[in-house]
Design a protein around this ligand. Sequence first.
Ligand code: GLU
Length: 480
Amino acid sequence: MTVRVRFAPSPTGYLHIGGARTALYNYLYAKATGGTFVLRIEDTDLERSNAEYEKLQIDDLKWLGIIHDEGPDKPNPKYAPYRQSERAEIYKKYALNLIEKGLAYYDFCTEEELEAMKEKAAAEGRDPIYEGKWKDPAFHKEALERISKGETPAIRFRAPKKAYTLEDKVKGRVVYPEGMVGDFVIVRSNGLPVYNFCCVIDDHLMDITHVIRGEDHLNNTVRQLMIYEALGAKTPEFAHVSLLIGHDRQKLSKRHGATSVNLYRNEHYLPEAMCNYLCLLGWSHPTERDIFDKKDIIDVFTLDRFSASAAMYDLEKLKWVNSEHIKKMDNHSLISLIEKEPETDFFNKQTPDWKNACVELLKKYAQFITDFPKLVNELILNDDPEKSDAFKEILSWETTPKIMAFISDEVAKVSDGFISESVLNGWMEHVKKEMGVKGKPLFQGVRAALTGHDHGPDLKFLIPLTPVSVLKKRITHLKK
Ligand code: GLU
């Protein structure tokens, strides 16, 4: 069996973190099995759907590297079209077929009548299950007459009176007791089919073998199982992945902060880091690895490693994952990302060797790409560092002013440009051998004189990256 999976977003907003995770799982499963990943646009809610959101969502998926094999822009003639708004005729045909078979019926009940039925059921302590007259096949003829006079009824599916069982790949066995849902609308009186109906027709016609989606759809699944049965269609495998929750254990929503992918994209998170973190929200690597790229897990991605319990969305962990991806990224790729950042004029003007050495040194301090220009300003270009208490303490040692005076003279002798590591080593040797300063007073003294700090990146890498012009100003400032 060739695996066919789908991501079926409704274009009613930006791509949500939860949606991106669902898309990612489908994508990974398709890649892991040599299957096909389909993108279907569920835009039957015409009022809320918007072509712009469709574009933006696809764009965000592309940014994440979650690339579909089939979709509105990559149609396979066997399955197209991929937008539900373009499949109205198909749904109509299937709905009429269900009516013909007596598995669905026309319903002319008005909103008021439906409301009254609900109130009556509530007063009698019953579930609000449809019991309108149109359920009775005896009224089918009357229904056809009213339609021929131009009335437009809803179409309601006749829910079988029996229990349903789902063997879900994540949730295990889910039992839906008899009578849990009553007859439900599949086509509204305005002619628009509903999600539960379109979804089944499409999954069936598009030969979808596995439905991987959020647990919030578990309640829809019973209705969908009924429709599969009515169509005589094979049900796909289902994997309902766990809910995403915030720190307060409530369903993840906007009040927990940024929940749409584009916000992370704007903040220059790395797409691979996003995918890595999203994947960990409800799925675990067989060797419990936390850091990986999509290509690393394609071979090990299976549906039996999902966790059934809710996954907590933790921004701090995402940031950590981002910093780990920065550390493992090759310098060349990092440099090209940094060059696109604002305020990188100085960085951009340096030689390839300088850039390489700079990135190699700073990548362990950066959580985000945006940190690089900040780190360059702070650690390399800062010519009037604040004199911290730690600096003042080092300056109070007897040896430090002498070291500062020596280094200041040495730096003054150098014309602009950069000093090499061996020049720096020479200064250290001089302080040690000629001035007799060793150990902490030597290392801290030289560091304080050159940087104004008591700690920081290894001097032998940092100082050769610092322009001599900056060192001169910095030392003058520190001596004051
Ligand atoms: N359009 C639905 C949603 O946005 C898709 C549900 C499904 O995957 O079946 O949640």
